[in-house]
Design a protein around this ligand. Structure first.
Ligand SMILES: Nc1ncnc2c1ncn2[C@@H]1O[C@H](COP(=O)(O)OP(=O)(O)OP(=O)(O)O)[C@@H](O)[C@H]1O
Length: 236
């Protein structure tokens, strides 16, 4: 696997918040490579810099210092247009799943297809239905998010993130609001879809119960990457 070109290659990355006397370094000399098809889980205490690193990798913040390559292309120094283009190749799954309440499950997923592809509405609809079936929501495609459980909403968010088959999916605490079983279901769906599509997943979590789905676990502490090793948890 490591012979392939990395999806993400980070070298000597630093990041700061604030200006002047209030400027504070948050990330310190991060070095990290993530390869196609890998599932990487990032753990670490609150405030250690996980979300900051995830948002840099996701093109949601500009890189201030160091090198970050996405699919072989340098992200440091690029303009906002380039960042927007980069985001089209990334699926995002966040804790507050950001579904639009006035759209049904199917319309929420379909919107992501229509935004990124120049395909017909019929095709977009078919793709969305197929994806919602893949996450086990075939009975709920015409429901509005308000009438669905937390786990079901998170599954729509997964369908939306994966429907365009992006090379990279970023997930920030995708199970935080879910009970044990729903959390498990959600990550197993992500895992199997990712393995089928060859998608790379980087997932931030405090949830120790899902560590076994990772190929690799990395840990942040006080802005430093303190662990970067293959997962030794027995895979179920
Ligand atoms: N926009 C911001 N402006 C200033 N400081 C910030 C900003 N965002 C985060 N921070 C600070 O940067 C540090 C790292 O925050 P970050 O959200 O990356 O940590 P985290 O590991 O994701 O935490 P959590 O697990 O609680 O989400 C914290 O000390 C936080 O207070």
């Amino acid at each position: 696997m490591n012979k392939q070109e990395p999806v993400i290659a980070i070298k000597n990355l630093n990041h700061y918040y604030g200006k002047g006397a209030l400027r504070k370094q948050i990330l310190f000399d991060i070095n990290l490579e993530i390869y196609p098809g890998e599932i990487v889980i990032m753990t670490g205490p609150s405030g250690s810099g996980k979300t900051t690193l995830l948002s840099l990798i996701g093109g949601l913040r500009s890189v201030q210092e160091g090198s970050l390559k996405f699919l072989g292309e340098e992200v440091f120094g690029v303009n906002q247009n380039k960042l927007v283009q980069m985001r089209r190749n990334i699926g995002y799954i966040f804790q507050a799943h950001n579904l639009l309440g006035f759209l049904t499950a199917k319309q929420n997923v379909q919107m992501a297809v229509e935004l990124s592809d120049r395909i017909s509405q019929a095709e977009a609809m078919a793709k969305s239905e197929m994806m919602l079936r893949a996450v086990g929501l075939e009975e709920r495609i015409n429901y509005y998010p308000d009438n669905l459980s937390g786990g079901q909403k998170q599954r729509i968010a997964i369908a939306r993130a994966l429907v365009n088959r992006p090379p990279l999916v970023l997930a920030d605490e995708p199970t935080a609001a879910l009970d044990k079983q729903s959390g498990r279901d959600v990550v197993e769906i992500m895992q199997s879809l990712a393995k089928n599509q060859g998608t790379t997943i980087l997932l931030v979590t405090h949830d120790n119960r899902i560590l076994d789905i990772a190929d690799r676990i990395i840990q942040m502490e006080d802005g430093l990457l303190t662990r970067n090793s293959s997962n030794t948890v027995i895979q179920s």
